[in-house]
Design a protein. Sequence first.
Length: 205
Amino acid sequence: MYTRAREVRLAVAVLAAGAAVAVAAVPATAATPEPGPPAFLQPNELPPHPSSDWYAGPVTAGQPDPLPMCVGDALPSTASHRRYWTEYDTGAVQVTVVERSTRRAEEFAALLRADLADCARKVMEQHPDITATQKYYGRLNVEEGAHVYGVHTVAEWGASDIGLFSVGRDGRTVTVVQWGQMGTFAHAQVADFRETTVTAVDKLY
């Protein structure tokens, strides 16, 4: 993960997830409890791997290191993340940000979607030895909505990787889920990843 080749490979470059919470003050007379921090995906909620269980690290405050492909530059320091991996070259990441208002969350989710919509072009611009193509897999009807994308990269040295990305929002909270492994669009577990995304957004609050 610390070589240049692995940084640009979707299957190993995007392995993190997280959440950060801003809690508003409640008047002393209010009886409604404060919402807790958003929940994260459990390993068994990731797309099933045919030969391995999924494992997960702890929820960690701050930006993941290395930053996820295409959306990493937009992630604020208030993000938190969680990494997931299998015994093989397959990994995932969830990154969650709680904004100060619904409007800011809407704008942030739109920024992430714009970054993903332009992901393949940016990858090839930054890495001339990489060829990238992408697909948009549509909107999911969960909370305020989620959007799913796929990006395939091929390197001059022969690496071929497929990554699935999603951005979803529930109120002030925005989450990004990424999954990647070696392969092509034919190996993308799109249906399973869509289910994972719905679960991730449902668990935000």
